[in-house]
Design a protein around this ligand. Structure first.
Ligand SMILES: Cc1cc2nc3c(=O)[nH]c(=O)nc-3n(C[C@H](O)[C@H](O)[C@H](O)COP(=O)(O)OP(=O)(O)OC[C@H]3O[C@@H](n4cnc5c(N)ncnc54)[C@H](O)[C@@H]3O)c2cc1C
Length: 181
């Protein structure tokens, strides 16, 4: 049995027809602890499959200190066949009920310590393409909120400039850090 909680799609923002930022909040109001760089599994009842719940993994773009919602950036997979979960998500409205598992995955979390036990103060360089930027958005938000002074360099690749989904956020953070220096 899958351990998951009923949750609500609370916000949708279309960057373009096949690229969306959306937020989901657990119905019980309890946000689990997690680390930047983790992902979780969203389950959604698929209308075309008699409301069967289909699950897919998505990286969390919000930061762990945000105790209101999880944020994601998702591409609508349309070819060669419409993706089962993304098609449902792109037709969903705010208020739609979905299911979330607990955040998981340690492949992309930020080191706090070096192997010798000393504090890791190295510059963090992140390279992501398309929606693969999501964990690094979480990194940047987290480092900003906790006042971590490590420098973070984010390289975001995309086919078109309007697919640089968090350009505004990264530019604001950069401007702010330049102002502080
Ligand atoms: C750890 C992790 C994190 C992820 N994070 C993100 C994220 O932040 N954002 C994001 O957008 N995605 C992310 N993904 C990808 C995501 O999990 C889904 O794989 C993606 O959204 C597609 O799901 P879907 O159900 O819409 O497509 P699916 O229904 O799974 O289809 C996948 C592909 O198979 C093709 N296909 C399906 N059935 C057939 C068939 N019968 N014949 C031929 N082709 C077929 C579809 O056209 C499509 O190209 C992540 C994946 C992982 C593992």
């Amino acid at each position: 049995m899958v351990d998951e909680g009923k949750s609500t799609l609370t916000y949708t923002h279309f960057l373009k027809e096949d690229l969306m930022i959306f937020r989901i909040a657990p119905n019980n109001g309890i946000m689990p602890d997690y680390e930047s760089g983790q992902f979780l599994t969203i389950g959604i009842p698929v209308v075309a499959e008699n409301y069967k719940i289909v699950r897919r993994a998505y990286s969390i773009a919000s930061h762990p200190e945000n105790k209101k919602y999880f944020e994601f950036v998702v591409r609508w997979v349309r070819k060669p066949l419409p993706g089962r979960v993304t098609t449902q998500l792109f037709y969903a409205s705010e208020g739609e009920q979905v299911y979330l598992t607990k955040p998981t995955g340690n492949a992309l979390t930020i080191n706090q310590r070096l192997p010798d036990g000393s504090k890791d103060e190295r510059r963090i360089v992140c390279i992501g393409g398309g929606t693969g930027i999501a964990p690094f958005v979480s990194f940047a938000r987290h480092l900003h909120v906790v006042g971590d002074k490590r420098e973070i360099v984010v390289l975001h690749g995309s086919s078109y400039v309007d697919e640089l989904s968090y350009k505004g956020l990264f530019t604001d953070l950069e401007t702010e850090s330049l102002d502080i220096k």
